[in-house]
Design a protein around this ligand. Sequence first.
Ligand code: SF4
Length: 397
Amino acid sequence: MQNSDNLQFLLNNPNLSADLKHIAQKVLNKQRITFDEGVLLYEQGELGYLGTLANHIRQERHGDKTYFNRNFHIEPTNLCVYDCKFCSYSRLLKQKSEGWEYTMDEMFDMVTKYDGEPVTEVHIVGGVLPQYDVPFYQQLFARIRAHRPELHIKALTPVEYHYIFKKAKIDYATGMRLMQEAGLDSIPGGGAEIFDPEIRDQISKDKCTADQWLAIHEEWHKLGGRSNATMLYGHIEEFKHRIDHMERLRQLQDKTGGFQTFIPLKFRNKDNQMSHVPEVSVIEDLRNYAVARIYLDNFDHIKAYWAMISRTTAQLSLNFGVDDIDGTLDDTTKIYSMAGAEEQHPGMSTKQLVELIKHVGRQPIERDTLYNVVTDYTNFEFENEPKPQYYKLPVIN
Ligand code: SF4
């Protein structure tokens, strides 16, 4: 059965409410849904209904293609001047003995460890500390760029940029231009959390506001740069806050067109100040991917971080609007494992990622950061795939 047939089947269902039928008709007609309709999807859309709509949109945009990339992370430090309540990763300065602070040379060494390896992207993001300032990152980006010009540098969120630009007394436009001149290629989606000011104030007081987060992305887009956007969901927010978050992103995307991918991030409750808040179910994760795919009609891609939600949920998400499951990672990130993700040493070989995608009947496409096709693995036969090499990170007690 074609996806449009599935939608037609929904429209003919006498038990479906008129409101939900109206939304399904809009999706079929490629019309944008409203704020209130977005909230209604969360309130009344059952898993099967949402999946049918989201899968229709994904199929129309991408067919069977499912994207991944070969990347590694550098997390400069897990010490942070901020104290976000949901954060399992950071240690305040008073807990310095539990943290790490990599030097420029140590980070550069991590890059050179991948010399000759077919990675296409380094993803740099971590805590916020005064010594990691504008000149530090200018030098780091420039060193990486000079050493390996083709490696895409995706680095730092507006949380870090806002802090370092303020400290350097420069405006966002100047700051982003300096970063671009130093070698920055794109901005990851982190630090967005939830934009609603009241909820944001309760979970991540003091760091950049929603408007500041959006303004930094806007300046970057004006320079021709691309970026991603995230949303932390499943904690104390309500459905209307999720739609408000996506609405603000949708509006900026209408203006600049600079976002590539939306990445919902599930709140995990291990070892943080919100451990009393229960985590939402896998069903809610899937519903959330689907609503994002339906609401964000001007975003090309919806991504699920397999390292955060587990491999099987990532496979399931491919039927709920997701077309990208991120990268090989190579055990270079602690952000998810420290928050309680099932994957405690996230790393998959290319073969494993390809098989994971093929097992659910999709075409695995290795992409670069800007979604240029690197390799189409649909009919690819692997020979002697090397085992993933793990880079040792410090152990946190
Ligand atoms: S979420 Fe980011 S800004 Fe907030 S405490 Fe953690 S590392 Fe720091």
